[in-house]
Design a protein around this ligand. Structure first.
Ligand code: UT7
Length: 327
């Protein structure tokens, strides 16, 4: 009998979906006092996708999930766990995971949401990994999906240029270590510091106002926390696994700002050729950004089976952390 802790969860498929409608920086400059040059210089963002009015987070999640299932060669009925990371759910309840499950025509899996905002995908990954390693589930869909465009105050140039909509998904399967080999989720570590909840938040919610509210952020404060906390988290993760930065094949972080990404990479002494960047095309898609970046890098052949990937992310909470995955 193999000890449950030795059981591994392995990524067997990656998928993504981006809404058709693209808004460039030039489009936004027609709405607020901003410019393409300012946005590119401060964030690296050139464009973002916005969902249509009738396109909901669950729709994006279902499309990303179908793509991941196809790439994994897996039938939806083989999935017994669906976790959606989102801060822009269709409804207050039921969960977006339940609504996604309905769209996918699965009726046997356990489906629920997790709320980790921009670190949400890593939280969903950690929860799914624990289910699979404990053999409480066999195959999971781990999805990050957002329609952050709905949470934007389109009159606030400090936030409305930063975010976009989309969904990314992985199929994560529990495996006997012999079958998994050295592949799998090797570690996930997250931490929360609620005392910083007032530097990135929405100014509404079901209990406070009865409405979702709009995003409010002290950009510079978040920026400073991001660089320090993400670097510390990565250093700790590498030390815990007794590996050096040279062992990392790819750095696939949350995509909020190219300056944060490059600054963390520099502090870790990680060459920029090993960094996957999608923030230029997708902007910040919150919980969707990491799986969308992974999807892009698997689609174009950069990330290959066996590659060692370092993920990390930070979001409103503050909640932040990193993950180490042998793809
Ligand atoms: O996903 C998780 C969380 N989010 C993040 O990680 C975001 C972290 N923060 C950031 O990425 C950056 O702080 C921002 C991109 C949000 C802002 O960049 P910044 O270099 O920190 O700019 P700032 O807030 O210090 O603003 C500089 C100036 C200000 O004008 P004054 O006061 O110097 O005259 C702003 O009013 O830029 C102005 N500004 C803009 N100008 C043109 C702010 N937003 C814009 C804009 N277009 N969209």
């Amino acid at each position: 009998m193999i000890h449950p802790a030795q059981w591994r969860s392995v990524i067997t498929g990656v998928g993504g979906y981006l809404p058709q409608c693209i808004l460039t920086n030039y489009d936004l400059a027609k709405i607020v006092d901003t410019s393409h040059e300012w946005i590119v210089e401060r964030t690296g963002i050139h464009q973002r996708h916005f969902a249509e009015e009738n396109e909901l987070t669950s729709h994006l999640c279902a499309k990303a999930a179908q793509c991941a299932l196809k790439n994994a060669g897996k039938d939806i009925n083989e999935i017994d766990l669906i976790i959606v990371a989102t801060a822009s759910p269709d409804l207050t309840f039921p969960s977006t995971a339940a609504l996604t499950q309905k769209l996918l025509k699965n009726s046997t899996a356990l489906a629920f949401d997790v709320a980790g905002v921009c670190a949400g995908f890593l939280l969903a990954l950690q929860v799914a990994d624990n289910f699979l390693r404990l053999r409480q589930a066999k195959a999971a869909l781990v999805i990050g999906g957002e329609t952050f465009s709905r949470l934007l105050d389109m009159e606030d140039r400090r936030t409305n240029v930063l975010f976009g909509d989309g969904a990314g998904a992985i199929v994560l399967e529990g495996m006997d270590p012999e079958k998994a080999g050295d592949r799998g989720v090797l570690g996930v570590h997250l931490q929360t510091e609620g005392q910083f909840s007032d530097i990135l938040y929405t100014d509404g919610g079901p209990s406070l106002t009865g409405k979702a509210g709009k995003i409010r952020m002290s950009g510079q404060e978040v920026y400073k926390h991001a660089v320090v906390k993400l670097t510390e988290s990565a250093v700790k993760m590498l030390a815990e696994h007794n590996i050096t930065i040279d062992d990392i094949d790819w750095f696939i972080p949350h995509q909020a700002n190219v300056r944060i990404i490059e600054s963390v990479a520099q502090r870790l002494k990680l060459p920029l050729e090993k960094v996957i960047v999608t923030v230029d095309k997708h902007a910040n898609t919150s919980a969707a950004s990491i799986p969308l970046a992974l999807w892009a890098a698997t689609q174009d052949g950069r990330v290959k089976p066996g590659d060692l990937i370092l993920h990390e992310g930070i979001g409103g909470g503050l909640i932040w952390g990193s993950a180490l995955v042998r793809y």
